[in-house]
Design a protein around this ligand. Structure first.
Ligand code: F6P
Length: 324
């Protein structure tokens, strides 16, 4: 099928670099003489027929901007047969012949379900600060979020050192500790708590006490939002019961999702965008673009949503000596 009209949307949590990716998709498709339609608010906009025509100028001056000009949503309605049917009818009415969606796990679970009862070619692009998708070493936004965390924790460490305090810093990652792990290593955290590992409060207290015996006067513990201890506040409360120390908690929250994308995110977003258009025009469907460290790959969406990204155990092991 010769695809003439391509739709692009962003879905799930916004991530820095999504705009750079939209720009790449739009300009690459236009260079191939294709028409591009932007779907506003992800699958929600598909259901409500929120379509806008995009041209080369619609994506001017967005490369450096965080967020997404197409807006985004987590659509519950799209998970229903009725919602998907409405979305499909709107796509047909608009003459959409191929879809490119930038998003994370939820976005692609939605796509897999949707693709079961329609035949509109679909290519996904990994865009989430969590970097937790199976089949790709990289997701758009991770590097920017990581650098935002590093910047914040470096500042917190100034106060921690000046006041001799122990800080629990909570970072995003509902199901994945990737941001926490990379940030913890890059910031020199004493401990890194992640959903992939059980949190043992007694062991944590023992380690913190031992570090005081090694004459450490301040420490930072990075806690992933989805850690099984219930988040930084709960863990800090539990630790306080058996460790008499000046303890503070900082939850970094949504500052991690915003901001101008780093060079890495702009480049990766541009690569993924161009390759997604090429894949669609080459007749590929139900695939996600991925990164293997060298080049953009294509992986079946079914595989992406069925498996979890293994976390980097080696990096975890480094912290045993780094925190000495
Ligand atoms: O998936 C990206 C992410 O930032 C997660 O790390 C976080 O748990 C979640 O989104 C928060 O989503 P929301 O902004 O909808 O609360």
């Amino acid at each position: 099928m010769n695809i003439q009209k391509i739709a692009i949307l962003t879905s799930g949590g916004d991530s820095p670099g999504m705009n750079a990716c939209i720009r790449s998709v739009v300009r690459c498709a236009i260079s191939q003489k294709r028409n591009v339609i932007g779907i506003m608010r992800g699958y929600e906009g598909m259901i409500h027929g929120e379509f806008v025509e995009l041209n080369a100028r619609s994506v001017s001056n967005i490369l450096q901007r965080g967020g997404t000009i197409l807006k985004t949503a987590r659509s519950k309605a799209f998970m229903t047969t009725e919602g998907m049917k409405k979305a499909y009818d709107n796509l047909c009415e608009e003459g959409i012949e191929g879809i490119i969606a930038i998003g994370g796990d939820g976005t692609f679970k939605g796509a897999v379900a949707f693709n079961k009862f329609n035949n509109i070619p679909f290519i996904g692009i990994p865009g989430t600060i969590d970097n937790d998708l199976f089949g790709t070493d990289y997701t758009i936004g991770f590097d920017t979020a990581l650098n935002t965390i590093i910047d914040a924790v470096d500042k917190i460490k100034d106060t921690a050192a000046s006041h001799d305090r122990l800080f629990f810093v909570e970072v995003m990652g509902r199901d994945s500790g990737c941001l926490a792990l990379y940030a913890g290593i890059a910031c020199g955290a004493e401990e890194i708590l992640m959903p992939e590992q059980k949190t043992d409060i007694n062991a944590l207290v023992e380690k913190l006490k031992e570090s005081v015996l090694r004459r450490k006067t301040s420490s930072v513990v990075i806690v992933a939002e989805g850690d099984d201890g219930g988040g930084a506040f709960k863990i800090a409360e539990a630790v306080k019961k058996s460790f008499d120390y000046d303890i503070k908690v900082t939850v970094l929250g949504h500052i991690q999702r915003g901001g101008s994308p780093t060079a890495k995110d702009r480049l990766m977003a541009t690569r993924f965008g161009a390759e997604a258009v090429a894949a669609l025009l080459n007749g590929q469907t139900n695939k996600m673009t991925g990164w293997n460290g060298k080049e953009v790959t294509l992986i079946d969406l079914e595989k992406v949503v069925k498996q979890h990204n293994p976390f980097d155990k080696r990096l975890v092991s480094y912290n045993n000596f780094l925190s000495l």
